[in-house]
Design a protein around this ligand. Sequence first.
Ligand SMILES: C[S@@+](CC[C@H](N)C(=O)[O-])C[C@H]1O[C@@H](n2cnc3c(N)ncnc32)[C@H](O)[C@@H]1O
Length: 248
Amino acid sequence: MATVKAHYESVLSDVYSWMFGGMEQGLSRNRALFKELGLEPVSQGLAIDLGAGCGFQSIPLAELGYQVMAIDLDDKLLQEMSAHADGLNIEPVQGNLCDFPAFLANTYPEKKSDLIICMTDTLLHLDSAEQVKQVISDVRNHLSQKGKFVLSFRDLSFELLELARFIPVKSDENTVFTCFLEYEKEKVKVHDLVNKRVNDEWHFYKSFYYKLRLSEQWIKQVLQECGLTLIAEKNQNGMLVIVAELSV
Ligand SMILES: C[S@@+](CC[C@H](N)C(=O)[O-])C[C@H]1O[C@@H](n2cnc3c(N)ncnc32)[C@H](O)[C@@H]1O
């Protein structure tokens, strides 16, 4: 059985930051996004990054003054983040993001978060739509008054057909990354295929994982049902970024 954790360990974490143009480019893109969205810390300044990866968002948030809890399943990506986070207030936690209430209770009992983020399709990596609902409900219960939830994802409810399912993700003289999408009723089976040249020999790495096919409309409805108000949205290279606020 393919798991997200095994997929990242065997193929994706080694090429993750490279796929986005390298560490500096990933950080710059999110520094600009957070500035545009006006996400400076208020009150206690705690931010939780659900599925933090190599720190593309945790690092810019810590630079803005947040105390960041960065949760991810993948140890290699968390180590990559730590290597670029010298002196910043980031606590890496290797674990399942669905367990964030327990991590929070252990480290910061009684504390609510000003900001919780879950970006770049991370919510779609969960096992079921029910699990996504539970996480959003937990997010709502751990936000401070006027606290914000930022999520970004691709709406995979629309189906690519035939050859459009083969996606040339990125390549350079030493690495070629291709993705193939296979559509099932509720999920997309994402096959990642990576060719790497080492000492003039090409090596082939392959693995797949699943992403949930959740529509923009469904996610917005769940946010609303959980008591979060949509306050901003934008399209960032085909990825929908949503900002919701606890305003009760
Ligand atoms: C597409 S990456 C996004 C990383 C980062 N937020 C970014 O935008 O670059 C998804 C990340 O979520 C992590 N992830 C997926 N499912 C998870 C889970 N249930 N608990 C914790 N981390 C998870 C993966 O290991 C991976 O680092």
